[in-house]
Design a protein around this ligand. Structure first.
Ligand code: SAM
Ligand code: SF4
Length: 503
């Protein structure tokens, strides 16, 4: 009988992609997908270390599988990803029933190591080298980009896919674990990326989201010195017939070059949307975070984006309550968010991460209730701007790639041929409208009639698929929360818990 695998994923798009690829590879090795951990021979947790909260979620999930492991000791339990890379010893101590600990750079080995754990009844570990354990080349070589053949049935929709263009990060922001959990920044060869995109398009994919921690610093250099920048990659990808949309996340402010902005403006398939985290509006805080830019430079970058790419939508990330953030510093962040007119922002309370420079050098001195209050205050300013940004879309007609039924449609279950759909405009705005059932995966024009802070509401004006335009104002239908967005290929991440099956 075929073995069954169950996976839960916590974290960013990179983790969602890793889980898709791990499950695809296991299926090729004969595994079937189990809907419940209790039915599985292999139970995997793909983990995130960006905030403490994400890690605690994984430990409590690991606690929940103890009874299962007692009942069926042959069940293999595995921890994959960032926590595995960062905390192998701690996992061994806190969850001794775990059989597999496999870091972000070793995911190709899941099937082999699960078999070995089953055979030997011994825990198996596969980790990349720490940044200080060897020279850069050796460390790089130990973080292997895992990019096996794609399998359309492994994605929430066959017409959208993430594509990794870069692994790792070299920025070393003082609060962040990513440079150690995902290793040195390495850009994939453009021909590999293009081959993957062509294969995805053959499978029916229409929209790809290129992902990298600082995706706009993508640069591949050949032996003869020729370089491919992200703007070059976008131009090459633009020629792939059948591909309709290209999006890329996440951008580092200092790496936002004019050639990239010009590519966004000039290439019709590239979405007019930039996610560029600012993190703080105060220079002293930015310096302690080692973000490598000042507030004035960030503001100048925003102006440049808007000048060079008219109509571009911009979103951001902020951390509130970072070490030493005074009320005056925080007020500057409020000012930045008020002025910057982001489409949306993801706001996080600072979470001290052991092993980071911030945890060594600074004191996590802002009480949690102050972090909470600042989070709410900043969110209120952002939400007012999001509302204004969304309401400014009323009366426009936008091109929407239809993702599928909205949460409300899925919850109600009844359709009578007309379904409430959700999709995204070229500016990444979420659009909700009614349409005929077969619209999923199509691009339609939607006239925007109304808006909330997170969602645009409209009616299809050109269909070609449904006979009649359907005009509906969907009341308080499917408002997306500020964060995380639903089934989201949009800005990142967070401790979203996603249980497979994806099929
Ligand atoms: N590379 C991307 C970037 O620089 O924006 C994303 C990295 S991180 C996974 C996503 C977001 O998590 C960051 O933009 C930051 O706002 C937040 N973050 C990272 N470390 C954090 C920490 N220790 N506490 C709270 N938020 C954190
Ligand atoms: Fe972390 Fe992003 Fe900074 Fe890299 S650029 S260290 S991933 S926050």
């Amino acid at each position: 009988m075929a073995k069954k695998v169950y996976i839960e994923t916590v974290g960013c798009q990179m983790n969602v992609l890793d889980s898709e690829l791990v499950i695809g590879a296991l299926r090729r090795d004969g595994y079937e997908i189990a809907a419940e951990a209790a039915d599985a021979d292999l139970v995997l947790f793909n983990t995130c270390s960006v905030r403490e909260h994400a890690e605690e979620k994984v430990y409590s999930a690991l606690g929940r599988v103890i009874p299962l492991k007692r009942k069926r000791p042959e069940t293999i339990v595995g921890v994959l990803g960032c926590m595995a890379q960062k905390d192998q010893e701690l996992i061994r101590k806190r969850a001794p029933h775990v059989d597999l600990v496999i870091g972000t750079g070793q995911l190709a080995r899941v099937s082999e190591l699960a078999a070995r754990a089953r055979e030997t009844r011994q825990p198996q570990y596969a980790l990349s080298l720490g940044r200080a354990e060897a020279g850069r080349h050796e460390v790089e070589a130990s973080f292997v980009s895992f990019d096996p053949i794609r399998d359309a049935s492994m994605r929430p929709t066959p017409f959208q896919a993430f594509v990794r263009v870069q692994i790792g990060c070299d920025k070393f922001c003082t609060y962040c674990v990513v440079p150690s959990t995902r290793g040195p920044e390495q850009s994939r060869p453009p021909e590999h990326i293009l081959a993957e995109v062509r294969q995805l398009v053959q499978q029916g994919c229409k929209e790809v989201t290129l992902i990298g921690q600082t995706v706009n610093s993508y640069e591949f250099e050949r032996g003869d010195g020729r370089r491919t920048r992200l703007s070059d990659l976008l131009s090459q990808m633009h020629d792939v017939a059948g591909l309709e949309r290209i999006k890329f996340v996440t951008n580092f402010p200092k790496d936002m070059t004019d050639d990239l902005l010009d590519a966004v403006r000039d290439l019709p398939k590239v979405m007019k949307y930039l996610h560029v985290p600012a993190q703080s509006g105060c220079d002293d805080v930015l310096k302690r975070m080692k973000r490598l830019y000042s507030v004035a430079e960030y503001r100048e970058m925003l102006d440049r984006c808007r000048q060079r790419v008219p109509g571009v939508a911009i979103s951001s990330d902020f951390i509130v309550g970072f070490c030493g953030e005074s009320e005056a510093s925080f007020a500057k962040t409020i000012d930045l968010v008020r002025d910057a007119k982001f489409k949306n922002s993801f706001i996080f309370k600072y979470s001290e991460r052991p092993g980071t420079k911030a945890s060594e050098k600074f004191t996590d001195d802002i009480p949690d209730e102050v972090k909470k209050r600042r989070n709410n205050d900043l969110l209120a300013v952002q939400n007012a701007n999001s509302m204004a940004d969304h309401r400014a879309q009323i009366g426009k007609t936008v091109e929407v790639l239809v993702e599928g039924p909205s949460k409300r449609a899925l919850a109600s279950g009844n359709s009578n041929g007309i379904v409430q759909f959700t999709g995204r405009a070229m500016t990444d705005h979420i659009v909700v409208f009614d349409g005929a059932e077969r619209l999923a995966g199509r691009t339609v024009e939607v006239h925007i009639d109304d808006a909330s802070a997170f969602t645009l509401y409209g009616r299809v004006v050109t269909t070609g698929f449904a006979n009649e335009p359907v005009a509906v104002r969907l009341g308080d239908a499917d408002e997306a929360p500020a964060y995380p967005a639903p089934l989201d290929h949009a800005p990142p991440r967070e401790e979203k818990r996603i249980g497979l099956p994806l099929a």
